[in-house]
Design a protein around this ligand. Structure first.
Ligand code: SAM
Ligand code: ZN
Length: 390
């Protein structure tokens, strides 16, 4: 394998040489014998911040697991860049990955903190499912869907631990391949302007449903949709009351493809049959997570973390600040261009629409999901009137 060196945060990584594994002139990570995607540095940077924040809340050193590690970019970075770490268990099924993980542990001098496992992720997690062996943090970062690993990850998570999940199968989650979404996540997706938010909520909802059967509640500390993937950090708490509280945040989103009206309904709630604005038939997405997509206090704490060594620090700060603004707003968002085009009007600046909504007393914000959209508690007809006036 042709190798080269890169530096992410404070960690040096030996990685496949991008120049040797290209398709149509561009680096194609899946062509390399061991997977490494430089575009995911942003995701890894945020994971390092999250783990440092988690570690500060613990009186003891934490145990973390990166069971789908590739060359160990995450697990090695955790060992090198997270203070208060007891051990980082790093696994991958690919034979070629193991010597690279070992090499990366060596060059970063973190061999004493790292345990390397050449085995299936579900087997590795199952071996850590008994009390005393569980992890404070598990990072499920697979090819495509995290669904096959959710059950074993939840069983290997300590009470109060954090489960991080990535999904790169945005086509099923966003409704392009709805049968695949039903198969992988047991949920119906929705083609709409807010399909990435629905996808994120379906992914979180699938994890919550896996946890409920163990009387384990999950709450969302941070989640987002960027580039080609969806990502969530979920805190697990044991107990029927905690699980009931998570279940109460599950539900469906009903949407009118004709006028854009939408409404969230809780899991046991009565289904809506006609649009609340035009009366036409509705589409239904879910079951999915209808609760908050980030915890304000936790996200504010991430903004306070030292980001000076991170190559993506500016982008991280921008995203976190947006997530803080939107975290307590209702599900879904409205793309202003779409409303303007329905009204056959020019497009007003999003900032002006937002200002007017807030002046009128509606809880509203921008959203990281779309640069020209607002999240708002205002009903659609009120928003349409504002766009019409502006
Ligand atoms: C998307 S890559 C991981 C990237 C890595 N987390 C990072 O941040 O660089 C997915 C990895 O999972 C490994 N893998 C796939 N199925 C597996 C399984 N059932 N058990 C363990 N590893 C698996 C692949 O070999 C690949 O290295
Ligand atoms: Zn309608």
């Amino acid at each position: 394998m042709k190798l080269t060196k890169v530096r992410e945060g404070k960690t040096d990584l030996t990685v496949p040489d991008p120049a040797s594994y290209t398709f149509q002139g561009r680096y194609e990570p899946t062509r390399a014998p061991v997977f490494y995607n430089p575009k995911m540095e942003f995701s890894r940077d945020i994971a390092v911040l999250v783990l440092n924040a988690l570690s500060k809340t613990r009186r003891r050193a934490i145990d973390v697991c990166d069971p789908l590690a590739g060359l160990g970019a995450r697990g090695i970075r955790f060992a090198k860049e997270v203070s208060g770490l007891n051990k980082s268990v790093i696994g991958d099924l690919n034979d070629a990955a193991i010597p690279l993980i070992r090499e990366n542990a060596r060059i970063n001098r973190v061999g004493g903190l790292v345990e390397i496992e050449h085995k299936d992720a579900n087997l590795l997690l199952a071996e850590h499912s008994e009390p005393g062996k569980r992890f404070d943090y598990i990072d499920i970062d697979p090819f495509g869907t995290p669904a096959p690993f959710l059950d074993s990850a939840i069983r290997a998570l300590k009470n109060g631990g954090l489960l991080a999940i990535t999904a790169t199968d945005t086509a099923p989650l966003c409704g392009i391949y709805s049968k695949a979404c039903l198969r992988k996540y047991g949920a119906v997706p929705l083609r709409s302007e807010f399909c990435h938010e629905v996808g994120l909520r379906i992914m979180i909802g699938a994890a919550v449903r896996e946890a409920l059967k163990y009387d384990f509640g999950l709450e969302v500390l941070l989640s987002y949709s960027v580039d080609h993937y969806l990502r969530a950090y979920l805190r697990g708490s044991l107990g029927a009351t905690k699980a009931d509280s998570s279940a109460s945040d599950m539900g469906y989103i009903f949407y009118c493809p004709s006028c854009g009206w939408r409404s969230a309904v809780e899991l046991g709630g009565e289904w809506l049959c006609g649009c609340g604005m035009c009366g036409k038939p509705l589409k239904r997405a879910g079951p999915l997570w209808c609760g908050k997509l980030a915890d304000r206090a936790f996200t504010e704490c991430l903004v306070e973390q030292d980001r000076s060594g991170l190559n993506t620090k500016k982008r991280v700060e921008k995203l976190l600040r947006l997530l803080i603004m939107e975290c307590e707003k209702p599900p879904t968002f409205y793309v202003i261009d779409r409303i303007s085009s329905k009204l056959k009007r020019g497009v007003p600046p999003v900032a002006k629409v937002l200002e007017r909504l807030i002046d009128m007393g509606y809880e509203s914000s921008l959203t990281h999901f779309h640069p020209k959209a607002v999240k708002t508690a205002a009903p659609l007809d009120a928003l349409m009137e504002i766009v019409d006036e502006l």
